[in-house]
Design a protein around this ligand. Structure first.
Ligand code: ADP
Ligand code: MG
Length: 401
């Protein structure tokens, strides 16, 4: 009998005990320590180390960390996340943390400590240019999603996977926070600058036209299991070092529309752009140019890699049709522009905000950032049909500001 034969929510002391009893990773002579380092909303993340090496342990709880929403979450999400990170590692060894151990009883997994990396959002706030970002993120999105789509899998296997990765609770969070709350504020948790109250009221809460478009995007999210998507691919879910990006935190993953990941990442680059435009201005001309190049490059590389992969080994004969692939890609892109808009809006007026807004203490500047973001977000949704033909997306963003 072991203390760890039955699930309970662990603390630092338990994790230490667990590591000594269950992990063969540390030699018993060298003293190990444990510290909770989680900064997310949902899970408990610990660093366990001795003087030579370290690992990260992530455990799921039944509630969110603050439990402010009273949501009950399926703790089996932990195993799904570990399996998907393992899948990412098989596709691209360098682009995801290594998974060492999955414990289905304790709802935890042990992974590589990415201590030589920093969170992409923090790197971008500091104005760091990441030259390898566009290439690696497009490799990642195209390969990890498309490989699981009907093009490349058999129809039975795919449907089994769709069922296995059904992710009711976390999808519900996205359905509410991304698609519903920005337009209806039903949970009464929306926060933004007071001076924007009238604007948000008119342009979002009473804007039937925009709500109609958001409803279309929501129903596609709920009813289009194209491929296994990450589901929360923002710049806080990615670590970076000088050579590689490392994608993590994929517990929102499920079979959904491919454009969701692409749109989320572009939206988060736009946060960085608008932040620097307002906060560091001319001093960051080089950085601002980098962000725009990255966005344009991501869009062009995504298209190229998508067509390239589809040009090679599609299994389904119906899909081996150039016109169909172009039509499919256009829809993915159109969806991603819509999601880009929604992600921008929901992180600007919603409860799950971003550092690029939250860290700004000057109220006027913060309101200016929010206002610019809301205008861009709205345009991305309303103009998404047109955007698939616009050669320069960033020029369009500039016009919207
Ligand atoms: P949540 O699911 O609660 O959002 P995350 O997976 O985002 O949790 O992890 C929360 C934080 O823990 C990250 O922002 C990061 O600081 C740290 N962290 C998570 N995984 C690792 C890792 N493999 N190596 C180093 N730090 C990590
Ligand atoms: Mg997180």
């Amino acid at each position: 009998m072991s203390k760890f034969d039955k699930y309970f929510l662990m603390n630092e002391k338990d994790i230490l005990e667990y590591s000594k009893e269950k992990l063969k990773y540390f030699d018993s002579k060298n003293k190990i320590t444990c510290r909770e380092i989680g900064d997310g909303n949902l899970n408990y993340v610990y660093r366990v180390k001795n003087s030579k090496k370290s690992v990260i342990i992530k455990q799921a709880g039944v509630h969110t960390r603050s439990n402010s929403s009273g949501r009950i979450l399926d703790i089996n999400r932990n195993k799904r996340e570990a399996e998907i990170l393992t899948y990412y590692g098989k596709k691209f060894q360098k682009l995801a943390p290594k998974i060492y151990h999955i414990d289905e009883t304790m709802k935890l997994f042990v992974m590589e400590d990415l201590k030589d990396c920093i969170i992409l959002r923090d790197a971008l706030i500091k104005g760091k240019i990441i030259p390898h970002f566009s290439k690696q993120i497009t490799d990642f999105i195209v390969e990890t999603t498309l490989s699981t789509a009907d093009f490349f899998t058999d129809a039975f296997g795919k449907k089994n996977e769709v069922a296995k990765y059904t992710n009711k609770e976390l999808c519900k969070i996205s359905e509410e926070l991304v698609f519903t709350e920005p337009f209806f504020n039903l949970l009464k948790e929306n926060v933004f600058s007071d001076c924007l109250k009238k604007y948000v009221e008119k342009q979002f809460y009473k804007n039937k036209e925009l709500q109609f478009e958001a409803a279309k995007l929501k129903y596609e999210f709920m009813n289009n299991p194209q491929a296994l998507i990450h589901g929360d691919l923002h710049t806080g879910s990615i670590f970076v070092n000088d050579k590689f990006i490392k994608v993590m935190d994929c517990e929102f993953a499920f079979y959904g529309p491919i454009g969701y990941d692409l749109g989320t990442i572009i939206a988060n680059l736009i946060f960085s752009y608008v932040y620097h435009l307002n906060m560091t201005g001319k001093n960051s001309a080089k950085f601002l140019a980098f962000i725009y190049e990255a966005i344009n490059e991501i869009l062009s590389l995504f298209k190229k890699k998508f067509l390239n992969k589809c040009g090679k080994d599609i299994k389904d004969i119906s899909a081996k049709n150039e016109e169909f692939i172009k039509y499919y890609l256009d829809n993915v892109l159109k969806y991603s522009f819509g999601i880009c808009g929604l992600e921008i809006i929901r992180r600007t007026t919603g409860c799950a905000r971003v550092k690029e807004i939250e860290s700004v203490s000057d109220e006027k500047k913060r309101a200016d950032i929010e206002y610019s973001l809301l205008k861009i977000g709205k345009e991305c949704i309303m103009q998404r049909e047109r955007l698939i033909k616009v050669a320069d997306f960033t020029n369009f963003v500039d016009l919207a500001i």
